[in-house]
Design a binder for this molecule. Structure first.
Ligand code: NAD
Length: 336
């Protein structure tokens, strides 16, 4: 993808939860035709994937990659102004050129979500829509609850009632490791000491996901992304601030850890994150196709009518394990 120069970040403190969910028009035969055509897989074994947050940084790259490999993709995004929406519009234009339609709407709009599932039998949902960023929670805390908790529940509610149920892959975050100081992180590390509201909402999301798997047998795979960078990236991130200051000849403030310790941060290149996301969607039939990541192990056991499936996979630095429970072998296959 061609890099563009994103305009400067302009987080406008708006309380998203007070906004009407129906600010955009949708529906009608022409709209439905567009939705169907965008989601039609090009390859015979391709999936039909709903990508939430498709106008976002990760969502754009994942949507484009799914389309390239032959899957049908429909985007959903509310184009909020947490950072300059013109960057999201530019990403939208890019996806449109490869035949991907992004429906403008909020994940809390259950009527819209239900309509989308009426029009298309999605095989998968790649749920990336969220309020990202750690510092913005001090300005607009309710936007995190709105998108990362209430929005996630809306998506899961609609997925659980859809027939067939789609499999869901969604973005959690390395921020769930919170005050953990042990490195490298392991998925077995504690995640009960979040250091920000953002982290707390992602941790809540993991527990909510577990509940929907436990009660309704929804197939859910959560990926903990570690800070992502690359072209079309988010302008609220430090590497953009640093670059802007360097270009202006300004100095960059260096922060110290306790006892004059140095602070370091690892970044994950967007292509590795995309591989992980596609791998998450890549479970197919009875074989578990884990993309090009390192497959750490899997186990299947039955207990009466219930089938348990456990897998751990490492793609780049996104590591996640989850024990899935399905009511029957059939449900496991159709959910994956
Ligand atoms: N980029 C990273 O470094 C990073 C790290 C860890 C986790 N994550 C997670 O990955 C996902 C994607 O992050 P990103 O960097 O692409 O962020 P992003 O802000 O660029 O993309 C998120 C998109 O979701 C949309 N959105 C937000 N709330 C919505 C709502 N209620 N309804 C519909 N659309 C909504 C936004 O308009 C935006 O386009 C998020 O879940 C984020 O928390 C990202």
């Amino acid at each position: 993808m061609k890099p563009i120069s994103p305009s400067s970040s302009s987080p406008i403190p708006s309380d998203l939860s007070r906004r009407s969910l129906r600010t955009h028009s949708w529906g009608g035969p022409a709209w439905e035709k567009r939705v169907r055509s965008s989601t039609r897989p090009r390859s015979r074994n391709g999936f039909s994937v709903l990508v939430t947050g498709a106008a976002g940084f990760v969502g754009t790259h994942v949507s484009a990659a799914l389309k390239r490999r032959g899957d049908g993709v429909l985007g959903l995004d509310n184009f909020n102004d947490y950072y300059d929406p013109s960057l999201k519009r530019a990403r939208q234009a890019l996806l449109e050129r490869s035949g991907i339609f992004i429906v403008e709407g909020d994940i809390n709009d259950v009527t819209l979500l239900k309509k989308l599932f009426e029009v298309v039998a999605f095989t998968h949902v790649m749920h990336l829509a969220a309020q990202a960023g750690v510092r913005y929670a001090m300005e607009n805390p309710s936007s995190y609850v709105h998108s990362n908790i209430a929005g996630l529940v809306s998506v899961l509610e609609v997925c659980k009632s859809a027939n067939p149920q789609p499999a869901i892959v969604w973005a959690s975050s390395s921020s769930v490791y919170g005050l953990n100081t042990k490195v490298p992180f392991s998925e077995k590390d504690r995640t009960d000491q979040p250091a920000s509201l953002y982290a707390a909402t992602k941790k809540a999301g993991e527990e909510i996901a577990h509940t929907y798997n436990h009660i309704y047998g929804l197939s859910l795979t959560g990926l903990r992304f570690f800070t992502v960078y690359g072209p079309w990236g988010r302008p609220d991130m430090a590497y953009f601030f640093f670059t802007r200051d360097i270009l202006k000849g300004k100095s960059i403030p260096i922060f110290e850890a306790a006892n004059h310790g140095t602070v370091a941060r690892d970044f994950t290149y967007i292509d590795d994150i995309v591989k992980g996301c596609l791998g998450g969607i890549g479970y197919c039939g009875e074989e578990y196709c884990f993309g090009s990541g390192e497959h750490l192990g899997e186990a299947i056991e039955s207990e009466g009518e219930e089938i348990y499936y456990e897998a751990a996979t490492e793609w780049g630095r996104a590591i996640y394990t989850r024990k899935y429970k399905f009511r029957s072998e059939g449900a496991r296959k159709s959910a994956q």
